[in-house]
Design a protein around this ligand. Sequence first.
Ligand SMILES: C[S@@+](CC[C@H](N)C(=O)[O-])C[C@H]1O[C@@H](n2cnc3c(N)ncnc32)[C@H](O)[C@@H]1O
Length: 205
Amino acid sequence: MYKPDKIWDRFAKRYAKSPVSNEVAYQKKLEITRTYFTPESEVLELGCGTGTTAVSHAPFVKHILAIDVSSKMLEFAENKAKAADITNVTFACANIEDIFDSEASYDVIMCHSILHLLEDKEAVIAKVYELLKPGGVFVSSTVCVGSNNPFLRALLTVGCRIGLLPLVRLFSVEDLAKSITDAGFSIDSQWLPEKSDAVFIVAVK
Ligand SMILES: C[S@@+](CC[C@H](N)C(=O)[O-])C[C@H]1O[C@@H](n2cnc3c(N)ncnc32)[C@H](O)[C@@H]1O
């Protein structure tokens, strides 16, 4: 059985050291996201990794609950928040696919570089919809490489089976947008900085 905590714990140190792949696009995504925040915003981040995004958004919102399956990633995140004197982010270790709470209590839910790493992204998007207040905003940034590369697909499947790689799902931008609208969201903005970048989608409940 695939155990994301084990593999991501192993990647944590290297991930923490690696720079953001497109810093200009990343900063623009942060800026766009902030146009949806208010100082009263209750925010949930799924798959927060080493906490860079949560820590940088924290001064603009009331509270962020940032969850990740890897306790090692969260150690880096906790230290980052402490170093920046951020006190309104709570980090929690959990598997996104096991979230059962379904009270609509968030204004914004963010998924950065995580939807393609899930067994069932549709189930998680549906859960995000439930967890958002009416008018709430779903922000996602997701690598979409399409699904018609059999060699890459085979490589990823074998790599995951032998425990070398995390689970990675291949789908197109169109597939992702359809999953989001099928869940009931309206897409407010969609931006693909460069062909190989993660597509940024903001959708409203
Ligand atoms: C590619 S990293 C992205 C981290 C961060 N969002 C960012 O943009 O830098 C993916 C993160 O998702 C976490 N993750 C993977 N599968 C998960 C799951 N099922 N539940 C919770 N977190 C998960 C990993 O531990 C890792 O920290």
